[in-house]
Design a protein around this ligand. Structure first.
Ligand SMILES: C[S@@+](CC[C@H](N)C(=O)[O-])C[C@H]1O[C@@H](n2cnc3c(N)ncnc32)[C@H](O)[C@@H]1O
Length: 275
């Protein structure tokens, strides 16, 4: 990259870090520059300086750039085995406990849910557990998916996915939990009813607490260390004691959070809040 490119790159990098806590350090600069150039081509700015100005004042353009960097990438049943483990080690005991104790709402938060595939995957796991135990004495259940990308959330709410997007969904689940609508697959209404989506920045104080389980996968990887700590603290505060936290395969607890959780499944990064 030329000196001017370097300066511009630094400006964009600092902006994404300050405004969204997204750390581009681990990204290949040529990949990032390609995404920026793509966005410059689509926006009205003709020079890098013009684009930098637009970016600083426009939340929408910041979202567009994050989208171009594929930061919303997600899929149904992402990482083989992870959601099987979630179902057996988290959803099953939680549901059994609520049924036995005869009360309370089972509350699950999918933090950084992108376009909703992960949230509906969790909902499918829970529906399977409900089928296993039968309908008698079922607690109320709520799954909430949150993200900072409005576009991603709009798609999540639509519950419509292309045939390519449902490629990973096992056939038995595809026929049980989706209906064909035009060229799309739509999540069935009973599943959609259990799921809500709303806008929430993980760097701000959480809007809700006492979750039984929080799934926050492939979100922390984008954050610099101080932001990582803030998000971790927010997740911790939102989880009840003896609640479960699931991170992405390459993500880990940092600092004093390590002694506040016990490992349930190391490979799939499932943790239990113990204090
Ligand atoms: C790679 S996607 C992960 C999606 C899903 N959890 C998965 O693992 O498939 C990361 C998501 O985190 C969201 N995100 C990034 N920064 C965020 C923040 N500060 N607050 C909430 N969501 C954020 C992005 O918009 C994106 O949708």
């Amino acid at each position: 990259m030329s000196f001017l490119d370097d300066q511009f790159y630094g400006q964009v990098k600092r902006h994404l870090e300050r405004s969204r806590g997204v750390d581009l350090t681990g990204y290949s600069p040529s990949f990032v520059m390609r995404a920026i150039k793509k966005r410059m081509g689509r926006s009205s700015s003709e020079t890098p300086q013009g684009y930098a100005k637009l970016l600083m004042r426009s939340e929408e353009e910041t979202n567009e750039l994050l989208n171009a960097l594929s930061i919303n990438v997600t899929e149904f049943f992402r990482d083989k085995g992870a959601f099987e483990s979630l179902q057996v080690r988290v959803l099953r005991p939680l549901l059994d406990l609520k049924v036995k104790s005869g009360g309370g709402i089972l509350r699950i938060w999918d933090a950084g849910c992108a376009t909703g595939q992960e949230t509906y995957t969790i909902a499918i796991g829970l529906a399977e557990e409900v089928n296993r135990i039968g309908a008698v004495g079922l607690p109320l259940m709520s799954i909430v998916g949150t993200d900072i990308s409005r576009d991603a959330l709009a798609k999540a709410k639509s519950a419509l996915y292309t045939p390519e997007e449902v490629d990973n969904v096992p056939d038995k689940y595809l026929s049980a939990y989706f209906v064909k609508r035009g060229g799309y697959y739509e999540v069935v209404e009973p599943l959609r009813r259990r799921v809500r989506f709303h806008l929430e920045n993980l760097l701000s104080a959480p809007s809700s607490k006492f979750f039984d389980a929080i799934v926050c996968r492939n979100v922390l990887i984008y954050f610099s260390r101080p932001m990582h700590e803030t998000v971790m603290r927010n997740l911790y505060d939102s989880l009840r004691v003896n609640g479960f936290l699931m991170l992405g395969r390459t993500e880990a607890l940092i600092g004093d959070m390590r002694r506040r959780f016990e490992v349930v499944d190391q490979e799939n990064r499932i943790l239990l809040k113990i204090q």
